[in-house]
Write a protein that binds this ligand. Structure first.
Ligand code: FAD
Length: 309
């Protein structure tokens, strides 16, 4: 069995694997797609100490760093089930391929994915005006016109955040009213460069073949359709943790995030978690890497306290 088995090969999983392997313990890493969301990212300007990098480049460096150590990397493998430790103290991770892996501790780092609008132009203009992360991409739209789609807490927070950087923000909510906390809505309404459109259905993202130029908005009550001229569109309709395969085996929050404490401990003994798949506030590369280190160190602590099998 592994001493530490990491599930996920994004920043959190890579960091956990490096921290574990540096303890000289048997470390494995299973990942469906090494690199995770970073593979889908173009410019990265908030990975502290690196002024600018690009997703695929950072992923290659992450992989090289993991390969500097004796980590048993199992790429292109999808975990499908988790079985809590029995009397032998071993946690079991079942893979979709039918193979089953056993480990004295597990770090879950399966990340998350942004919910998509699913309208024409969205995929085409991703990273070319269509963005999902205001902390990451907000500064790219300095002084420009953007829309934020989604009137929940994350959409309204994004609109407030962006209003301080960009020229103008249009917040679009599908429903008849915003769902964000009242205090956020008050703050939003106090801003001079924000318009709010409720009952608005985005039916398409428009572009010139190179970059976003606007979006098509249908009024769900009045029925008319119009085009808004924009430089960017931030989609804020939810971040979905990749935890469906864990339902029923450990504690998940109502949003499906793995519930962890400040050491990355989950509700199952010997099972830790890190990064975007967890209840950690704020989902970022540096935060995920820190969380991966925390979870691996906590797993190591667990191992040195556990009875010898
Ligand atoms: P992920 O990166 O999501 O990695 C999850 C890993 O788990 C992947 O290897 C995946 O294949 C694997 N996995 C999932 N399910 C399974 C399974 N069942 N079995 C096995 N493996 C599985 N953050 C920044 O800090 N700066 C930025 O500029 C920035 N820009 C971004 C731009 C885009 C377009 C996106 C989508 C995100 C951006 N982020 C940015 C956010 C950042 O990428 C994430 O916070 C970070 O990647 C989370 O790391 P993670 O390791 O927790 O998860």
């Amino acid at each position: 069995p592994y001493d530490v088995l990491v599930v996920g090969g994004g920043p959190a999983g890579a960091s956990a694997a490096i921290y574990a392997a540096r303890k000289g313990i048997r470390t494995g890493l299973v990942a469906e797609r090494f690199g995770g969301q970073v593979l889908d990212t173009l410019g990265i300007e908030n990975f502290i100490s690196v002024s600018h990098t690009e997703g695929p480049k950072l992923v290659a460096q992450l992989e090289q760093h993991v390969r500097d150590y004796e980590v048993d990397i199992m790429p292109l493998q999808r975990a499908a089930g988790l079985v809590p430790a029995g009397r032998d103290g071993l946690v079991e991770v079942k893979l979709e391929s039918g193979v089953s892996l056993k480990a004295r501790s597990v770090v879950l780092a399966t990340g998350a994915r942004w919910r998509q609008l699913g309208v024409p132009g969205e995929a085409e203009y991703r990273n070319r005006g269509v963005a999902y992360c205001p902390h990451c991409d907000g500064p790219l739209f300095k002084g420009k016109r953007v829309a934020v789609i989604g009137g929940g807490n994350s959409g309204v927070e994004a609109a407030i955040d962006l209003a301080g950087i960009v020229g103008h923000v249009t917040l679009i909510e599908f429903d008849g009213k915003l769902r964000a906390d009242e205090v956020l809505q008050r703050k939003l309404r106090s801003l001079g460069n924000v318009d709010v459109r409720v009952n608005g259905q985005t039916t398409g993202i428009l572009g010139d073949g190179n970059r976003v130029t606007g979006l098509r908005l249908r009024d769900r009550v009045g029925g008319g359709e119009q085009e808004l001229a924009l430089d960017g569109v931030f989609v804020q309709i939810g971040l979905l943790p990749n935890t469906d395969w864990l339902k029923g085996s450990l504690a998940l929050s109502p949003r499906g995030e793995i519930v962890i404490d400040e050491r990355g401990q989950t509700s199952l003994p010997g099972v830790f978690a890190a990064g975007d798949c967890t209840t950690v506030p704020y989902k970022q590369i540096v935060i995920s890497m820190g969380a991966g280190a925390t979870a691996a160190l906590a797993a190591f602590d667990h191992l040195i306290r556990a009875e010898a099998p």
